[in-house]
Write a protein that binds this ligand. Structure first.
Ligand SMILES: Cc1cc2nc3c(=O)[nH]c(=O)nc-3n(C[C@H](O)[C@H](O)[C@H](O)COP(=O)(O)OP(=O)(O)OC[C@H]3O[C@@H](n4cnc5c(N)ncnc54)[C@H](O)[C@@H]3O)c2cc1C
Length: 450
């Protein structure tokens, strides 16, 4: 049986790799494979489609990526900072209040202590109703408002009260009192960020991690799916051709997939329409070297700046930029909650002035932008019900529901292998989950031999 895979991002490529490339056929809209892990060569620089590093804890994924990149992998500890109104604070800020200006630092610290006396996330008062409440209970109101709330509005594009807490997991550091106290008195010796060391291909950008995985795949590029008939198992493409499938793995965004299904009922189309995801404008800046600030990436809290997260690509791999230049990649987010308020050129212009103001560069060489329509799934309060309605409806056409298919994350220790039959979903946007690249690989592995 041939398995038809829609989309050649890392999830689609990994499914094909584990099932066996000889048993799969992948259709990809772009003229290149990789999806969100594609690396683009522009202005003599390698630009990933948003900053990517590997921080997987799964040794099998580490080994696979090393093999796939032919062993040419760099590994190093990261230096990550926060920028707040001209102050540099080591990451995460909650463990480094000593670098926050006074009297704000004292207020954050006192509030933090008071919040821990009043409540405990695990036991009293029941679970927090929303991410806003989680933040207040974790950090106290001053820190919550000044740092994570401000950042949430820029990165997630909505207020924390609009978000659930099911996605938080280890992604936001929940410190103990001793760590915050130590960080307030001095600078903490502990690295409490969930990413302490990263891996990145020596050359060719992040996409080099997929070289071996994609090798031998039956891949048809430039083939855009426009319509799907679940009753007759036919897929139609924008070039007027079509294809019959036996088993289907979809990695295209779930909302888009549903909208392409012929005769989908209006309530299901409405549920798809109601799923929220942020979009991303990347501003890629090549500037004259040398590196001026030592940070691999930094978070910008100032509400009057577009820049949200800024990465220095020459620090990820020196081969990402030509000698004498540095690569600064800035992320600016928007969504239905918070649309872009200016055109891309105006935003890029302001971002360049922010980069100069922050002291990351003094002389700009070239600037380009890239728009990424699907960036982060927004775990808002309607997401679970809408996703559930869609998955329930798809189960009538052969989708097998999974115990955790509504959870933002998958516990790979519990995941069972499955045969690709009927309709299957895979990947960050296909499954509408908070997946990193290792999750996409492990999803592919589920479809392979047990
Ligand atoms: C800004 C950003 C930074 C990130 N940083 C990291 C990081 O540091 N580390 C990490 O591990 N993960 C990171 N991630 C997550 C990682 O990028 C994703 O988990 C992963 O790349 C998703 O792969 P995927 O195959 O599920 O989806 P995609 O890569 O989106 O693949 C889906 C494919 O479907 C194709 N497609 C869409 N519509 C059609 C159509 N109509 N017809 C045919 N094909 C179609 C697309 O072109 C695409 O190639 C980051 C994500 C973002 C957005």
């Amino acid at each position: 049986m041939t398995v038809t895979i829609l989309g050649a991002g890392l999830a689609g490529l990994s499914c094909s790799y584990f099932i066996g490339h000889e048993n799969c056929l992948i259709f990809e809209r772009n003229q290149y494979e990789g999806g969100h892990i594609a690396t683009h060569v522009r202005d003599e620089c390698f630009w990933d489609e948003g900053p990517h590093v590997s921080f997987t804890k799964h040794s099998e994924v580490r080994d696979l990526l090393t093999w796939s990149a032919s062993g040419s992998v760099l590994e190093y500890p990261t230096n990550v900072a926060n920028s707040y109104h001209g102050h540099w604070i080591p990451h995460p800020a909650q463990s480094n209040l000593g670098s926050v200006p006074e009297p704000l630092a004292r207020q954050c610290f006192d509030d933090f202590l008071a919040s821990r006396v009043q409540t405990d996330m695990q036991e009293s008062d029941g679970p927090p109703l929303h991410y806003g409440e989680w933040l207040e209970r974790a950090f106290g109101p001053t820190f919550a408002k000044t740092f994570p709330t401000a950042y949430t509005q820029k990165y997630w594009t909505c207020h924390p009260d609009d978000m659930t807490v099911d996605w938080v997991g280890e992604r936001v550091y929940y410190p103990d009192v001793a760590t915050v106290e130590e960080g307030y008195i001095g600078v903490t010796s502990k690295n409490t960020h969930y990413i302490t060391s990263v891996r990145y291909p020596e050359s060719g950008g992040y996409m080099s991690f997929a070289c071996g995985i994609k090798n031998g795949a039956n891949l048809i590029l430039g083939k855009e799916v426009v319509s799907i008939d679940l009753a007759s198992h036919r897929i139609s493409f924008s070039d007027g051709t079509d294809h019959s499938y036996e088993a289907l793995i979809n990695t295209m965004p779930l909302d888009k997939f549903v909208k392409m299904i012929r005769h989908a009922p209006s309530n299901i189309v409405n549920s798809a329409q109601a799923l929220n995801c942020s979009s991303l404008l990347l501003v890629n800046i090549r500037a004259s070297g040398p590196t001026r600030l030592p940070y691999h990436w930094l978070y910008v809290y100032d509400q009057n700046m577009y820049s949200t997260r800024i990465s220095q690509t020459q620090l990820l791999s020196p081969r990402n930029t030509p000698s004498g230049s540095i690569g600064i990649q800035v992320e600016v987010y928007a969504s239905r909650y918070r649309p872009f308020s200016q055109g891309y050129d105006e935003i890029a212009k302001q971002v360049v002035s922010e980069v100069l103001q922050l002291g990351l560069a003094t002389e700009i060489e070239v600037v380009s932008t890239q728009y990424v329509p699907y960036a982060n799934i927004i775990f808002d309060h309607h997401r679970r019900d809408n996703q559930n309605a869609i998955l329930d409806w798809l189960s009538g056409f052969g989708l097998e529901r999974e115990e955790d298919d509504l959870d933002p994350m998958t516990d790979w220790g519990k995941a069972k292998s499955k045969r690709p039959q009927g309709i299957n979903l895979a990947g960050r946007f296909g499954q509408w989950k908070y997946f990193w690249t290792d999750d996409c690989i492990l999803r592919g592995k589920q479809f392979g031999p047990a």
